[in-house]
Ligand binder design. Structure first.
Ligand SMILES: *[C@@H]1O[C@H](CO)[C@@H](O)[C@H](O)[C@H]1NC(C)=O
Ligand SMILES: *[C@@H]1O[C@H](CO)[C@@H](O)[C@H](O)[C@H]1NC(C)=O
Ligand SMILES: *[C@@H]1O[C@H](CO)[C@@H](O)[C@H](O)[C@H]1NC(C)=O
Ligand SMILES: *[C@@H]1O[C@H](CO)[C@@H](O)[C@H](O)[C@H]1NC(C)=O
Length: 298
């Protein structure tokens, strides 16, 4: 009898929390919902880094973490120099640990369908520049393109962890999110440092510098997120630099150099590439998973 009673309670609580959510027009956001949501981004990062650096992904490295979700589409071994391959391999295995950490705290969900094709990235770059790049941007062709493609992703995860933190109720959840945030922001810092060293380099054959690529990608994310400036490229107007004193912007931050936070809705708008959490696309052709994302897909 006891198991049935507790199951009924769970159903009632879920109904109640979605009733509240509908009343306020927002997705459910319990600790569990907020801890499960970032699995979407961690799956994306794990697959992009694993396959980019090693040529194989979670299906080989940690099949039990996929939960039987579909294999990603379009990712491939990237043509990387030794240093970048070494670093991306480390990031890749860090993401495997993150997936395991989240899934051992909350039940989570299977890997969503991920579209990591060159066209997915090319579309983002075309949107960022407001014109089609010719030839289309290919993230897998060399180290600089791969680093620029990597600039697109972990930062979004980082802002999600900053945004989730004040909403969490329970110490276990806060500890997990702080641990994830620390390493994600470390990854972002490494990627930004590698790009900053090359900020004036021209990305061939486009006649556009690395700095301009980052500025354009950040501006696109601000536009899609539709919540003001929470993203900055590697070179900014002086008033946007730390204390209004510098134009170099190796780390993004607000006017007190605190990391920007994003809501799950903003993140969905960005990673779908549609600017709308109700309209999936981009890396997630069938949408992201978990109670928050699927709330908007109904
Ligand atoms: C997956 O398998 C690995 C190695 O076999 C194990 O260490 C890990 O605990 C497993 N994870 C889950 C979520 O079952
Ligand atoms: C992946 O994205 C590309 C570019 O948008 C698209 O042409 C392709 O059909 C997509 N694949 C899947 C399986 O969604
Ligand atoms: C905190 O959340 C974790 C993960 O959801 C759960 O296992 C734990 O029981 C919760 N603790 C309290 C005190 O609510
Ligand atoms: C920093 O930004 C916040 C929010 O945009 C604003 O309210 C505040 O006045 C700014 N502080 C400084 C010192 O510019």
């Amino acid at each position: 009898m006891a198991p049935n009673i507790s199951r009924v309670c769970v159903v009632v609580l879920l109904c109640y929390s979605s009733f509240v959510a509908i009343a306020s027009g927002e997705a459910p956001k319990s600790d569990t919902d907020l801890l499960e949501f970032p699995l979407n981004l961690e799956y994306l990062e794990a697959e992009f880094f694993l396959i980019g650096a090693l040529g194989y992904g979670l299906d080989v490295v940690a099949p039990n973490l996929t939960g039987g979700g579909p294999s990603p589409v379009g990712a491939r071994l990237a043509n990387l120099d030794n240093l970048v391959r070494d670093i991306i391999t480390q990031f890749a295995y860090q993401e495997v640990g993150h997936l395991r950490a989240i899934k051992s705290t909350v039940r989570g969900f299977p890997r969503p369908l991920l579209n990591l094709s060159t066209t997915s990235f090319a579309d983002i770059m075309n949107n960022a520049f407001g014109r089609p790049l010719n030839p289309p941007f290919n993230p897998y062709v060399n180290s600089i393109n791969y680093l620029l493609a990597s600039y697109v992703i972990p930062y979004v995860g980082l802002t999600g962890y900053v945004g989730a933190n004040p909403q969490l109720q329970n110490a276990t959840s806060k500890k997990l999110v702080a641990g994830l945030l620390g390493v994600e922001s470390g990854q972002d810092a490494v990627l930004r440092s590698l790009l900053y060293e090359r900020k004036d380099q021209v990305v061939r054959p486009y006649r556009v510098t690395v700095a301009e690529f980052t500025n354009r990608i950040s501006a696109l994310r601000n536009k899609l997120g539709n919540a003001g400036v929470k993203d900055e490229g590697l070179v900014v107007p002086r008033e946007q630099g730390a204390e209004g004193k510098v134009t170099g912007n190796i780390l993004a931050g607000d006017n007190e150099s605190l990391a920007f936070g994003r809501t799950p809705e903003e993140i969905l708008r960005i990673v779908y590439g549609t600017g709308d959490e109700h309209v999936p696309g981009g890396f997630y052709p069938k949408g992201a998973s978990g109670s928050i994302a699927t709330y908007y897909l109904k």
